[in-house]
Ligand binder design. Sequence first.
Ligand code: SF4
Length: 336
Amino acid sequence: MIYECEAEEAEKWIKENRLRRVLIQAPPGLREEMLKLAERVSRLAEVFLHGGSCWGACDVAFSEAETVGADGIIHLGHARFLEREPVPTLYLECLARDPRPLRSVLNEAVEGLRGYRRVGVGFTVQWRGFADLILEELKKAGIEPYIGRPVPPLRYPGQVLGCAYTTLLGLSSRVEAFLVIGSVFHGLGLALQTPKKVYAADPETGKTRDLEGDVDRILRSRYAYIEEFKSSRRVGVIVSVKPGQYRLGSGRRLAEILRKAGKQAEILIMNEVQADYLRDIPLEGFVNTACPRLSIEDQFRLEKPLLLPREALVAVGELEWEDVLRKPDYMRMEVA
Ligand code: SF4
């Protein structure tokens, strides 16, 4: 395991806050760490493990904790996302401790970035402890690296999330290309929102990738789904109740716009947005106001369009495809 969860911090937090019952939640990939932590802190408090999904720090199990009377949540693998919490929550970021996999992908990444001088650099929270090392390695290769300032929900300079890239998009006028350290998933979210070259480096798999081909393929298929949505009459606007994805105002606004365009638009309240549930509802297309990545990574599971809010605005003629194509607000989920 290249990530290590800060168990002492959890023990200290439980003791200081005199917690009696805690719910531990972890994303896939950190479930083993969750078990180890549970064993360690169970002498301090009653421990429950969250057995459901945990896709990001937008997805904290507050309602489950409230139902079982937990007085604290320990959430692994993510930095704080939300500004307010109904149940006190400790975020254990589980940072990477071994720089070797990072050094190795960086060597490959600088080869791919040859010819670019000024490069914006972003990383997932797990690699933030090695920010200086990343900058040093890039400078050694003759690259001038830039790290951007965070805007919430981002918390750290250079940090990226699959739905938040202000640290990098804010550097657009100063850099020629971008390097995202984390995974192809994290790099793709940026590459869909900028015309500049994006290189993704994944220290866990040891692979690096130029994302140009992926972006081209995805955007062609997005356009085809927009076209299909245009001819649908009965559609659903998905509003998720996950704490960091809840956008009822945007959902209502989108439904209104779609109705004005002649569609029957219904608002669907969901927790897990799964293709099986959507397939069961006899609607011809959907607009997603939950996690933007559902429209990118999960679309293939569903035969019907699952559009982003801006794609839906293109479908009804409120925006042109060129207005959103590889633009910084392509994945913006709020609709004013
Ligand atoms: S909204 Fe999606 S991409 Fe953003 S943190 Fe949540 S799960 Fe990750």
